[in-house]
Design a protein around this ligand. Sequence first.
Ligand code: KG4
Ligand code: ZN
Length: 334
Amino acid sequence: MRVLGIETSCDDTAAAVWDEGTVRASVVSSQADLHEEYGGVVPEIASRDHQRLIVPVVRRALDDASTDAGALDAVAVTHGPGLPGSLMVGLSFAKAFARGLDVPLVGVNHLEGHIYSVDLEPPAPPRPFLCLIVSGGHTELVRVDDDFRHDVLGRTRDDAAGEAFDKVAQLFGLGYPGGPAIDQHAEQGAPDFHDFPRSRLENFDFSFSGLKTSVLYYLRDRSEAERAELLDTHLADLCASVQAAVVDVLVDAVQRAIDEVGAEHVAVVGGVAANSSLRRRINAVGAAEDVGVSVPSLPYCMDNAAMIAQAGAQRLAAGTRSPATLGIDAGLQL
Ligand code: KG4
Ligand code: ZN
């Protein structure tokens, strides 16, 4: 089965060609530079740019895969959660394309796409496994079973982990998206330079808004000159301290879930799974607990359409078909 995957839920326009478990092409056109001056994604700009890019991105994916549209067996598309105007561009395109080719359409939950990104690179993790989804919009700890059953153990009550990185990076003057910049600077810094708060909630829920506020107060309590001097001399230390606070909370939740719920395999997916400290720490937990670990390679951590095709193909194999009336669902949950 050859599946075209389409992903436009946020600020990346992506298309991929998936063929019997092999990714033949995966094209991602990021709009990050368009949104940088605003310090975050501007929905109106994002949807307009998806509209400009969707046809060339799909065409390039087909070219890269040396595939004609006529050889496709199905179209899989993200229909939520995400920005309404952005989702609508991908879904409208996918519906028309599938209809024109007379092939099935399958709507995919973006979060399910992130979960199934672990199956893109063999070996696929054995089921059930514990999955930490950490992205710019979501932070969820999920127990993933066969046949698309997901048991959500906890989720963020306010900011997502990636959002925390992005907001703090903004305070440090590091631009958008801030996660990769914090990661890079942190490599040269001391994580114990400042003790930023770690919120440990009763169950497996997360909260990251306190961290952002604490960084804000930490900087605001100084004169402009002191602040400039601090960021000049200790940017790496501050980045390492913030990163340690976020990663400690995430790794602690995974460790507690292994202890309390049990798991033979854990996976970390989503944009924040690209974080080098998180990758190292989760691998260390796996080694210490004798638990298998799956973390996708970097391109499959970030938003991409290969993961949408992967999840869509598994849904199709289970008999799922979406109706031509399929709509977007900006607040879709697992
Ligand atoms: O999954 P993703 O590409 O898009 C969403 O679905 O949100 O995740 C994007 C998020 C952004 O918040 C970005 O700052 C964060 O992932 N991110 C990172 C790193 N690379 C991307 N956060 C920490 N360290 C990184 N290396
Ligand atoms: Zn995502």
